[in-house]
Design a protein around this ligand. Structure first.
Ligand SMILES: [Zn+2]
Length: 363
């Protein structure tokens, strides 16, 4: 593997010159797709992650429910975060069938363990504890799948290039720590679902909007700071006992309405000041904060082509869209937490378009 290819991969954000090179010289994309193919093969299991039965063909599980994607798709397609980030190796448009899919469980399990929350008819009232347990389960499975794939990608890079070895090993130390946390979240969510628990998660915000927002989103994220700049998760804490706490956020465009759900694992006390501050915000301000958090912390969002220009023309949104990409690789030497506080400042919500507000509704 050539050194320039490794250099490009190491950079996270691409310069215009690199983008031009990658887009004009097809060999880069070819190499990348070979690595991805090999990684998928290495990460492939032979049993269902949920029921342990042998599986030859896995279900196309959607990280964001398909019924939500359909409500914002134009010509069967939605846009990905890459519309903003512009990584030449990734897609900016996705067909609804292939947007955010992962392959970890069998068809039988997929049709059962998410059935309540993936049924649009179940959103007439506040989501039930079963629906919350199912969302938590899905989020952990998706994260496990993503990390497994990344670990294999770096394993392949490490094998192929001595130059990539140091980066790959560092990445995978962090990836494996993340993976363990996701596995713990999975065990908890699975148990909650199986015993029909009503107490494992705490819904700290629920809202129904009477219009259809142009974004579909579902993920668990680890917020770094709250609205007052207090640290929620110190992602640089080297103590293995330190638990990263996640908050689950779902934004579901329905046929004529939208639903927003935010919940945490019961007992994750570090989020308390955050959601108290959040709940005190004005309605529109809450929507702006959620918009910012989505773009800043996750890539698991899909949006309608109707807001492409609004998103692409906002510099702050472009910058925050890249924030989550490479925290570990770019660990600063001095006061990393102070720098994080700046990069993850929630006041940036005043500088971005409030995409969840009625102004940008698709219906
Ligand atoms: Zn299964």
């Amino acid at each position: 593997m050539s050194d320039d290819f490794i250099k490009i991969l190491n950079l996270g954000a691409f310069t215009d010159k690199e983008k031009k090179l990658i887009n004009s010289d097809f060999s880069y994309k070819k190499k990348m797709s070979r690595i991805m193919k090999e990684a998928r093969k290495a990460a492939k299991r032979d049993t269902c992650y949920f029921c342990d039965k042998p599986v030859t063909s896995f279900c196309n599980s959607h990280s964001v429910p398909r019924f939500c994607l359909r409500n914002i798709a134009i010509d069967g397609e939605v846009l990905t975060l890459n519309t903003l980030v512009d990584n030449p190796f990734l897609d900016s448009e996705k067909g609804v069938e292939n947007a955010g899919v992962f392959h970890l469980i069998c068809n039988d399990c997929d049709s059962k363990i998410f059935s309540d929350y993936e049924n649009p008819d179940n959103y007439n009232n506040k989501p039930t504890p079963t629906m919350i347990n199912q969302i938590a389960l899905k989020n952990s499975l998706k994260s496990i799948s993503k990390r497994n794939l990344e670990i294999e990608q770096f394993n392949i890079l490490e094998k192929n290039s001595p130059k990539a070895k140091i980066i790959s090993q560092a990445k995978n130390v962090a990836n494996k720590m993340d993976l363990n946390e996701y596995k713990n979240s999975y065990i908890k969510a699975k148990r909650a679902l199986e015993k029909n628990s009503e107490t494992d998660y705490y819904v700290c915000y629920y809202e129904k909007l009477n219009y259809v927002v142009p974004i579909a989103f579902q993920a668990s994220v680890a917020l770094v700071v709250d609205f007052e700049g207090n640290v929620i998760n110190n992602i640089y804490n080297p103590n293995p006992e330190y638990k990263i706490q996640n908050i689950h956020i779902s934004i579901f465009p329905l046929k004529q309405e939208s639903v927003i759900i935010m919940f945490i694992e019961n007992g994750d006390k570090r989020y308390r000041p955050f959601y108290k501050q959040f709940n005190k915000l004005e309605f529109e301000d809450k929507l702006a904060a959620l918009t910012l958090i989505m773009f800043m912390y996750s890539e698991d969002m899909y949006f309608s082509k109707s807001i492409k220009d609004v998103i692409c023309n906002n510099k702050t949104l472009q910058d925050v869209g890249k924030t989550g990409q490479d925290l570990i690789a770019s660990t600063p030497f001095f006061n990393p937490i102070e720098i994080l506080k700046k990069t993850h400042d929630l006041d940036k919500r005043y500088d971005i378009p409030n995409i969840l507000s009625e102004k940008y509704k698709v219906l």
